[in-house]
Design a protein around this ligand. Structure first.
Ligand code: ZN
Length: 501
């Protein structure tokens, strides 16, 4: 290790310790903590968050990063160390550009925004939320302006924060291709609403048995319970302290068996990514998955490309029947496979099927573009939202609670984040297409052997953590930059066959 980098190490370790503590508290809040704990616990979390900031953003670290960036010193670093320095410099630059008093004022706005959004959603009253949303947008615009490079568009600043190197140019093309290919496909499927029956998933599935099945499925795809735990929470999620402590949650609905099954496979995909990150960087600032989009690609890869394929269930369906012998006794593998792939346009993003999911993201993307790259009155947003749902999915929300108020992302100041969900699905399809060319993926699935697939992802994607960005990982793995073509081909082929179009 370079002598200079060694001086940086204690700062990294200190920040890591704060991150671990905050992650633990967050996990506890969502799983085990009593309902009323949050007020006082959040006070401790705010202090830890401040200390974490101070551990990394200070003059000593700044000086070290400057010295480590000189050609002579940088040449002494390992690739991982170089990536850590690069990552921290970016963080530093972003933080420094925003005056601390403005950042603090924004945090206060955000803290009050969440309960306002919640009330607006519960009472179906957008008008109480609009002024807060307007305030959040105005701060976000101002902050993006501080970071804007000459000639860069404002919304591109936000997109780049979540997915480095991705711009409106790339995303416009992506969504344009999606629209052209999928709108006619969805229209055809709408004409066959009874083609697939989902009755077999709507019986009374005992929750305790669903938990056992979830545990079994997590283990089946490779989740290591010696390095991970599974709990229950309102919304399933994955978090981790490091690669030896990865935590997933699931939720259970008695008459929606697919919910628990695909949530656990999805979170399992996130978890495998974190478990596979190289020991050398797991406690460093680049010790997590590289981006939200790449993370989502791994979860969707397991959930959809593997988990919703016929081959995946061939060796498994019999096992599922052993968990629910009564409920599934007259159900065939074919019926089960069709039911888990049922597609129908809907109003709520989180309940959308694999085919129509990206439309929900496209609508949010287009609205965010209007906000940051155009000029739109915040009061007009519900109308625009509803019109877009009518245009793309052929349905209009009855009220704003099932329309624009359904997601909390904007209330949390997350603009530019939504596209990552759709990118994740498209990246997953691109990886899947490539892997099928270099290994018999479907044969492995039929044999119940997921090891080669996992090893491939670990070797090419997972182990690098945040040391390479999404485009770099794709170029190095499949020899091509992001390309939405494979996702469109995958969906078109799958649903044409499934619905016999
Ligand atoms: Zn996810």
């Amino acid at each position: 290790m370079s002598e200079l980098f060694e001086k940086l190490q204690p700062h990294l370790d200190k920040a890591y310790a704060y991150r671990v503590a905050m992650t633990m508290l967050n996990w506890d809040n969502s799983t085990a903590a009593p309902k009323e704990a949050i007020d006082f616990t959040s006070k401790a979390m705010a202090i830890l968050s401040g200390e974490n900031y101070k551990a990394l953003i200070n003059d000593v670290v700044k000086g070290l990063l400057q010295q480590l960036s000189t050609d002579e010193e940088n040449a002494k670093l390992t690739p991982y160390e170089k990536a850590i320095v690069k990552n921290m410099k970016k963080e530093f630059r972003n933080m420094e550009l925003i005056p601390p008093e403005e950042l603090q004022a924004f945090e206060i706005v955000l803290a009050k925004a969440y309960p306002v959004w919640e009330e607006a959603k519960n009472t179906n009253n957008y008008s109480i939320y609009a002024p807060v949303l307007e305030e959040i947008i105005s701060y976000t615009k101002r902050f993006a302006g501080y970071k804007q490079k000459p000639g860069q568009k404002l919304y591109d600043v936000l997109l780049d924060e979540y997915e480095e190197g991705f711009t409106m140019e790339i995303l416009d093309e992506f969504f344009c291709q999606l629209r052209e290919a999928l709108i006619p496909l969805v229209a055809q499927i709408r004409k066959k609403p009874d083609w697939i029956s989902i009755d077999c998933l709507r019986k009374n599935y005992d929750i305790e048995t669903q938990k056992k099945l979830s545990h079994f499925l997590a283990e089946y795809i490779g989740f290591d319970f010696n390095r991970g735990v599974m709990a229950e929470s309102a919304h399933p999620f994955t978090t981790n302290l490091h690669n030896h402590d990865v935590r997933i949650t699931n939720h259970y609905l008695e008459n929606k068996l697919e919910d628990a099954i695909f949530s656990i496979i999805h979170e399992g995909g996130h978890a495998l990514y974190e478990m596979d990150i190289d020991d050398a960087i797991t406690t460093s600032p680049i010790g997590g998955g590289t981006s939200m989009g790449m993370h989502e690609s791994q979860s969707r890869f397991y959930e959809n490309n593997l988990g919703r394929s016929m081959e995946f269930w061939k060796p498994l369906f019999g096992k599922v029947c052993e968990f629910f012998p009564e409920e599934l006794k007259d159900v065939t593998l074919e019926e089960f496979y069709k039911a888990i792939n049922y597609a129908k346009p809907s109003l709520i993003r989180t309940q959308a099927d694999e085919l129509t999911y990206s439309f929900h993201i496209m609508i949010r993307y287009e609205i965010e573009k209007m906000i940051f790259d155009g000029d739109v009155d915040v009061k007009e947003l519900p109308r625009i939202w509803n019109e877009k749902y009518e245009e793309y999915l052929g349905m209009t929300p009855e009220n704003d609670a099932e329309g624009i108020l359904q997601d909390m992302h904007w209330a949390g100041g997350s603009f530019g984040y939504f596209p990552s969900y759709a990118l994740g699905s498209a990246i997953a399809a691109q990886l899947f297409h490539y892997m099928e060319g270099v290994m018999p993926v479907k044969k492995y699935l039929e044999e119940g052997n997921l090891v080669p697939v996992r090893e491939f992802l670990c070797e090419h994607i997972h182990k690098y953590g945040g040391s390479k960005n999404t485009q770099e990982l794709l170029l190095d793995t499949v020899g091509e930059a992001f390309n939405p073509k494979y996702y469109i081909e995958y969906l078109t082929e799958k649903y044409t066959k499934l619905y016999e179009l």
